[in-house]
Design a protein around this ligand. Sequence first.
Ligand code: SF4
Ligand code: F3S
Ligand code: FES
Length: 247
Amino acid sequence: MSSATFRVWRGDGGEGALVDYEVEVNEGEVVLDVLHRLQATQAPDLAVRWNCKAGKCGSCSMEINGRPRLSCMTRMSVFAPGEVVTVTPMRTFPVLRDLVCDVSRNYAKAREIPSFTPDPALGPGEMRMRQEDVARPQEFRKCIECFLCNNVCHVTRDHEENKEHFSGPRYLMRVAELETHPADTADRRMIAQDEFGLGYCNITKCCTEVCPENIRITDNALIPLKERVADRRYDPLVWLGERIGLR
Ligand code: SF4
Ligand code: F3S
Ligand code: FES
């Protein structure tokens, strides 16, 4: 048994401060274990969101020593002896209290995406898919909606004015998943560009770096989606059709 200094953001409605606590730490524990001990022994009113403690529910997202992480998957052994562990809420979303943010904007954006639209001519059991078309959405479907990617992306992290125009990598990835589905017939390319802010993404890849599911968001979703949008925008037939009112 040892102890660690936890510097935790306490407050609500934008007002708050970092508060230091000395907390017991045992071998094999993760940051969430120590926050639970803090609640049990010194700060019973500390607000922390969590559910599975297994890296699967996406609830316990926060910033630990400035890096967006899942607190249930961050082992105490990654910190140097004596290192202060600073724990703050995700910076991009409004804080409800202490370490808990309001992430409802993400769910609102999710509801705006046109759903899967299969070809109505296909009867039950007639849809055929190649293995690579199955593997692609399977990678995206590993998403646990922790929103660490949306939190870290610089487009909205330090720019309040962009929040209305940018859905973040999580939902651009969802658009890419549907858009590249071989049996889908809807066209979401202009929605991706105009309503979800694909053009704001300049492929810095920070979203990919923080994803706890190791989804290659930038390479496998955002760049292919950008290529598709460019294909549509610069396709001379589309250009001509738009001008003579056919598309
Ligand atoms: Fe979290 Fe990764 Fe899903 Fe983004 S893509 S919400 S980082 S699991
Ligand atoms: Fe942001 Fe990821 Fe693009 S961090 S800029 S959405 S590659
Ligand atoms: Fe579920 Fe951390 S508590 S991912």
